[in-house]
Design a protein around this ligand. Sequence first.
Ligand code: ZN
Length: 340
Amino acid sequence: MFSTAIAGSLPKPSWLAETEKLWPQWKTQGPELQQAKADATLLWIKAQEDAGLDVIGDGEQARQHFVHGFLEQVEGIDFENKVKMGIRNNRYDAMVPQVVAPLRLKGRVHAFEAQLARAHTKRKLKFTLPGPMTIVDTVADRFYGDKVKMAMAFAELLNQEALALQADGVDIVQFDEPAFNVYMAEAAEWGVKALERAAQGLTCTTAVHICYGYGIEANVAWKETLGDQWRQYEQVFPALAKSSIQQVSLECFHSHVPPELMALLEGKDVMVGVIDVASPVIETPEQVADTIGLALKYVPRQHLIACTNCGLAPMSREVAMAKLEALGKGAALARQRYGG
Ligand code: ZN
């Protein structure tokens, strides 16, 4: 009951990459960089296990950014000539690569870190990939000329990698779709379909993470414009409830998401965000247990997983470490409180 997991990313140690950045530069290169990525992955597996988490992730230590890490292995993308593009409906500018030719995978994307993580934890292993709609929103299209067509092309590639990750022994493949909270109508119209294409044929558990973004300044400012009630999920959850995706990760603690929207996900496992990623203040176990208690009004206990609101990548390592511990302790307290 109330198993625990993180949304995905964790901070990179200072010897691996620049700290507290969304697109950090690596500190080294070649075989030394590969070794540093492996060391950081192992460090975070240990930290998650020590915190008592049930589902373990690689902390995305081997990729620079959750979208571009995947794109680096895709043929048909010009990484040399990045262009400035407003992303997430122009919430912030990013330097993005351009799609210039038909898309094809150059080979495996995440084999190294997935196999390494699998070899070093006996707990359930979750692996994250960007969702097709979010990828489409994080590249410039100079080839397809049609958003949906390009999303479906990316979905096929994601599916190839997802099937390979499953063969590596990954228990849960999670697609990250923050774009679902920005383009709600399109998400319901074709985003969920593209997601299902990416998950096609998987027999392991499938999940989607939908959030209001990392705790960076542009996102914090955007959230202030969303009013007292954040109802974005209301437009997307009904389509997800009907989909084949099994788990949904959402924001809860310190968000303005009306908790009753969780009830729209009937039949799904709900990864409830009980850890705020936009504040360095460490949650108390009582606060975590309270959030679980709140979610229990709308989510059956056997479907409730305690999770972080989003990735912890841009935070300090010390804060992230303490938040993992709060998550583990809070879920343990909730089991005592609500277990009977
Ligand atoms: Zn997120």
